[in-house]
Ligand binder design. Structure first.
Ligand code: FAD
Length: 439
């Protein structure tokens, strides 16, 4: 959401971004760790809830500052919504979760570089892309650009009005044709797992502003996005991390924070960073209870659903193709492999059906192209908990600020409170802001 983007840039400040980049270079580069004593932290112990990108990055930043951390992850694996799988036939890697990194995702790009990883462009970027601008009249293209530009300068007293309408309805009102609206909707579903009919026009226009590079230059991590997770984990000690146990109670005490895990184990620290997605936060018992506005925010935020399958094709395809049936897109990978993307309720239905029904549905939707095999079927049907990425429905203006505000020594991070919504960039930016509140 742009409101957060504006505030984020203001809060973090350009000078801070520069300083952070120097710090992260020290952290992830080969230079020695000399900062912890010269820049002592205010808090010497922090519990981090969630072992996805946001939690792991926060853990790394805090360790760098000499802070003692304990990271709690409910599932048996780290990475959360980032998961890469290997094709047993040719050892190539595919991403079932976070994958694409846009030109403007500067924090992610910097982290990837500092971790010694390489970004690669898909081999079809020179050909047709997801965003078929030929479907748009010249006037509509100009109008869309103007609207994106307009929302970044919109006076505060008009933001709420724009936020109350979905982008689909707003663009229809602006004179976009049905074909243009459908094209836009398909791309929106692919990135957010939700229709533009259900996303606030203010939130979506602002997100498009920062995502525009995705439609031109986008990259992926060579060897899969999970490389980021592996590198971040390598910097931590194994006793910093508690796996397969989940936080159920978070209490504020005189000394700071106490967390009770499902196993009954108790953890204590001065402060806590909670990086869990909104539905998981609302399952935790906070003592004292969270402020009412924050609870409303947690309950109002939505999650779009994106499901990916890796398939082996009978006939190679060279550039993205629109899918049929339940499939939104078929995106070619290497050789005869492709990632198919399914969004919204169709993704939920697929994940809830048994393997043979799912395979039948996919095979039918592939039509003449005929998938010879489904590499990820099963793994990807585990799903990603509550959904793929956070969705700011119409009339949700202001809730991101509410959700990201600290509650005493409890600080909130995670994709849904970061900038740019729905991306790894958001997970990273939220971690940076939470850590800054502590150190
Ligand atoms: C299919 C899909 C496609 C995507 N595509 C892209 C893309 O192309 N580009 C992009 O930039 N982003 C993409 N994303 C989004 C990106 O992956 C996420 O924004 C990012 O990984 C979120 O990281 P996070 O740490 O905020 O949250 P998560 O990864 O969700 O981490 C939260 C962790 O908390 C754990 N947890 C939950 N409850 C508890 C509890 N009570 N106690 C302890 N732990 C708990 C969960 O198990 C999880 O591991 C995609 C996501 C999905 C699912």
């Amino acid at each position: 959401m742009i409101v957060n983007r504006k505030k984020f840039i203001k809060t973090i400040g350009l000078a801070t971004l520069a300083a952070l980049s120097v710090r992260s270079k020290n952290l992830f580069g080969q230079t020695s760790n000399t900062n912890s004593s010269s820049n002592p932290s205010k808090s010497n112990s922090v519990i981090i809830l969630g072992g996805g990108l946001s939690g792991l990055y926060a853990a790394n930043l805090l360790k760098k500052k000499g802070v003692q951390i304990q990271l709690v992850e409910a599932s048996p694996r780290l990475g959360g919504r980032i998961l890469s799988i290997q094709n047993p036939k040719d050892q190539s890697m595919f991403d079932l979760g976070g994958e694409w990194i846009g030109d403007f995702h500067s924090l992610t790009r910097k982290l990837v570089a500092n971790l010694g990883l390489t970004l690669v462009r898909p081999n079809w970027t020179s050909g047709p892309t997801l965003w078929d601008m030929n479907k748009f009249s010249l006037k509509s293209k100009e109008n869309l650009e103007k609207l994106i530009e307009y929302q970044s300068k919109i006076p505060n007293n008009q933001i709420e009005g724009l936020d109350k309408i979905s982008l689909f309805r707003y663009l229809r009102y602006q004179g976009f044709s049905d074909m243009e609206l459908d094209e836009l909707d398909l791309v929106v579903k692919t990135f957010y797992g939700e229709s533009s009919k259900n996303i606030s026009s203010y939130a979506l226009l602002s997100s498009l502003e920062s995502k525009k590079s995705l439609f031109q230059n986008f990259y992926k991590v060579e060897g899969g996005a999970y490389q980021i997770i592996s590198k971040l984990v390598n910097i931590l000690n194994s006793n910093d991390i508690i796996l397969s146990d989940k936080a159920v109670i978070v209490s504020q005490t005189k000394e700071g924070i106490e967390v009770i895990l499902e196993s009954g184990r108790r953890l204590k620290a001065k402060e806590l960073i909670c990086t869990l997605p909104a539905p998981a936060v609302s399952q935790i018992k906070f003592e004292p209870g969270l402020p009412r506005e924050k609870i409303y925010g947690l309950l109002r935020i939505g999650y779009g659903k994106i499901h990916k399958e890796i398939i082996e094709l009978e006939t190679p395809i060279l550039s993205p193709e629109k899918g049929e049936g339940i499939i939104d897109w078929i995106l070619p990978s290497n050789n005869n492999y492709a990632t198919i993307t399914i969004s919204e309720g169709r993704a939920i239905a697929l994940e809830n059906s048994n393997s043979s029904i799912a395979q039948g549905l996919l095979a039918k939707s592939m039509g003449a192209k005929v998938a010879t095999s489904f590499l990820s079927l099963g793994q990807s049907r585990e799903g990603f908990g509550s959904g793929a990425v956070s969705i700011y429905n119409p009339s949700t203006y202001g809730i991101k600020e509410e959700l990201s505000s600290s509650f005493g020594p409890i600080h909130f991070a995670g994709e849904h409170v970061g900038e740019v919504s729905g991306t790894m960039e958001a997970a990273i930016s939220s971690a940076i802001l939470a850590v800054r509140k502590i150190t």
